[in-house]
Design a protein around this ligand. Structure first.
Ligand code: CO
Length: 198
């Protein structure tokens, strides 16, 4: 279990460094979390939300799943959105996809009759809605376009959820954004599909 010991050693060193930099850091976090952002991203280990936008613990509320999908019957994701919007009062919900997403790639291929196919079905639906544009492209471009289209669809899905509709109905300030991350250069790009209630 040497490889796990390394994680505990890392943790100890990290906690010490944080305290040296800011002695009140942890005691402040204990009081409450007040993040301004909810991040809905892919579980991919190469797209760690806090690190790529350089935010500290306490600054971003996070939900990640395979291919950053927001499904209206997924009580896990809906509960996260509700808590973030209703209780934490985040100002921004960011749906962040990434190019080369393995989940999106799998949704373009044949079904393998695994449990995951049912999850990827949501992305196949997105692909079917845009089949004309996608069919004109080859492998990598096709996958990258579907990564973008998937983010745009998930932004729409977030907007239609009951917590977001309720927030907008009561005049709460809340924006929903669609971003995409490129693993090649580590950079984020805004897909300019931001939504608010007006
Ligand atoms: Co992915």
């Amino acid at each position: 279990m040497k490889e796990l010991e390394r994680l505990f050693a890392n943790n100890l060193a990290w906690a010490q460094e944080m305290r040296e930099e800011d002695p009140d850091f942890f005691s402040r976090l204990v009081q409450q979390q007040a993040p301004e952002y909810l991040w809905i991203g892919c579980s991919d280990s190469r797209v760690p939300s806090n690190q790529i936008v350089r935010l500290l613990p306490g600054e971003i509320f996070v939900h990640r799943n395979i291919a950053n999908v927001v499904v209206h019957s997924d009580f896990n994701c809906l509960s996260v959105i509700e808590f973030a919007v209703d209780v934490l009062k985040v100002k921004h919900i960011i749906v962040c996809g990434h190019y080369g997403c393995a989940g999106v790639k799998a949704a373009l291929g044949p079904e393998k009759h695994r449990l995951m196919d049912n999850w990827l079905r949501h992305i196949r639906d997105v692909a079917r809605m845009h089949s004309e544009a996608l069919d004109a492209l080859e492998d990598v471009q096709k996958c990258n376009l579907l990564c973008e289209l998937n983010v745009m669809q998930q932004v729409r899905n977030v907007c239609q959820t009951s917590p977001v509709q309720k927030a907008w109905g009561s005049g709460q300030e809340l924006y929903v954004h669609g971003w995409i991350y490129d693993i090649h250069d580590g950079q984020l790009r805004d897909l300019n599909v931001s939504s608010c209630d007006d």
